[in-house]
Design a protein around this ligand. Sequence first.
Ligand code: GLN
Length: 387
Amino acid sequence: MPSISSRLSTLSESVIRNTTRTANQYGAINLAQGFPDFAPPALLLDALERVAHQPAFHQYAVTWGSQRFRDALARKITRCAGVPIDPDEHLVVTCGGTEAMMVAMMTVCSPGDKVIIFSPYYENYYADTVLSGAEAIWVPLRPPDFAFDPVELERAFAQGAKAIVLCNPGNPTGKVFTRAELMVILALAEKYDAFIITDEPYEHMVHAPHEHCYMHALPGAFERTIVTNSLSKTYSITGWRIGYVQASPEVIRGARKVHDYLTIGAAAPLQEAAVTALEFPDEYYEGVRRFYTQQRELFLGYLKQSGLSYTEPQGAYYVMVDVSPLGFATDGEASDFFIKTIGVAGVAGSSFFREPVNNYLRLHFAKKDETLHAAGERLLKLREYVK
Ligand code: GLN
């Protein structure tokens, strides 16, 4: 029997997706894998229904994204970030943000190149680095406030980094990078001539007084920034798998090739239906922001009473909860206890850290009130176990 690729030897299965399977098995409320349990906007579903009956949309779209979708997307990004985006030069539409990040890495990395990843990190980044033949250089974001040390970051760039990955707002940290922090990262990327690959699916989920600042909109940043993003979170359509890469024309010419050979294209009828979402007015995004801040307040209200401490998220919908007072040897045991005894599933924090940190569980609050109340009531049982 021949052996499978050695590239896979350092990769494990996704802990996030695995926790979802265990949660389902034990009937726990799944606050592990981040996705909503409510319907997408009705107007978007109506559009999907209309598109379903139009034969033209059931065949391949243009490989880098249908013209109508890219036109609408370019208008939406231009409106939100304030930098003109050309639908024909700056965009490739992908199968979710997941493919977008893979495409970005494969486009810029040659075998042996180095990519800086902040730790804790969203687990795909390391896998994408390995699958692109690159090597990761780790820079810690230290809890509880998840700040980085500019000296440590410069040391990483000085090792000859080809790119840095920046998840903003952060998953799993909930950190919203300030403009000043982004300027530090940009200055180093300029000094060491590296790309900045951003991952910004939570751009509209930022809790006041924090504000999302777009890296590509900073002076001088556009050419070296490769934005990866997705419609999944903003429009509650994680199953549609629509994302995109937005970058300079030169990068996009490379990204089109990678994307074409990987997947040919994102689902044509879903791109057509999603044009409706991209044309939503500004009030839609204000509503998204308001809603997630409300869900954060609702959920943290329970967590506060649970006896465990946590880092209050500035953006996105994840909370890192410190489970050390429960006295388990590992966060894997804590995760098991949460699923089987408390009835709420969270992701073992160690799966996000490169350092040996294993006292966190990541929970999320992208759920309707009813689900968060039910989960919150269960979390109150923790008071009996906190030592
Ligand atoms: N980004 C989401 C999370 O971190 C969903 C991950 C996934 O499994 N696609 O939970």
